[in-house]
Design a protein around this ligand. Structure first.
Ligand SMILES: [Zn+2]
Length: 141
């Protein structure tokens, strides 16, 4: 039996009190680029899903509580939920870094982009010096 906690309303319950919506972070080509959908993209959207042993990212709905959808990171080997996060958010950075296989590939673009952004920010801040010096460590965390 899986035990979940809704990150929206905080209700805790067994998996039967929630509804699993399958894999998280699926890009729907018809939403993002309806003019240029290829058959391969549409096939992948409809049928291709990750099935890892280990860290996996899923969508769940809080049936008995608020009725909202949310994301959960779960280890499929231990059945342990690692994190719950908003439906419009990405998983915590440490979990994206722990992801393996197809999930690692999926999150690598996000992690690389955020690393570049952080590097740009710190490079831009160096000349500003004194006033922002106290805040700099917090923003990096
Ligand atoms: Zn809820």
């Amino acid at each position: 039996m899986l035990l979940l906690t809704c990150p929206v309303c905080g209700v805790e319950g067994e998996e039967s009190e929630f509804h699993c919506g399958g894999e998280a972070h699926i890009r729907r080509p018809a939403t993002h680029d309806p003019e240029n959908i290829t058959d391969t993209e549409q096939r992948d959207y409809l049928f291709m899903r990750h099935n890892p042993r280990g860290l996996h990212f899923e969508r769940w709905r809080c049936d008995r509580g608020c009725g909202k959808w949310f994301h959960a990171a779960r280890d499929t080997a231990t059945m342990e939920f690692k994190a719950y996060y908003a439906i419009d958010a990405l998983p915590p950075k440490d979990l994206m870094q722990q992801a393996t296989g197809e999930w690692a590939t999926f999150f690598s673009g996000v992690l690389n982009a955020s690393a570049k952004k952080a590097a740009k920010k710190s490079a831009a801040k160096k000349p500003a010096a004194k006033k922002s010096a106290a805040k700099a460590p917090r923003k990096g965390a």
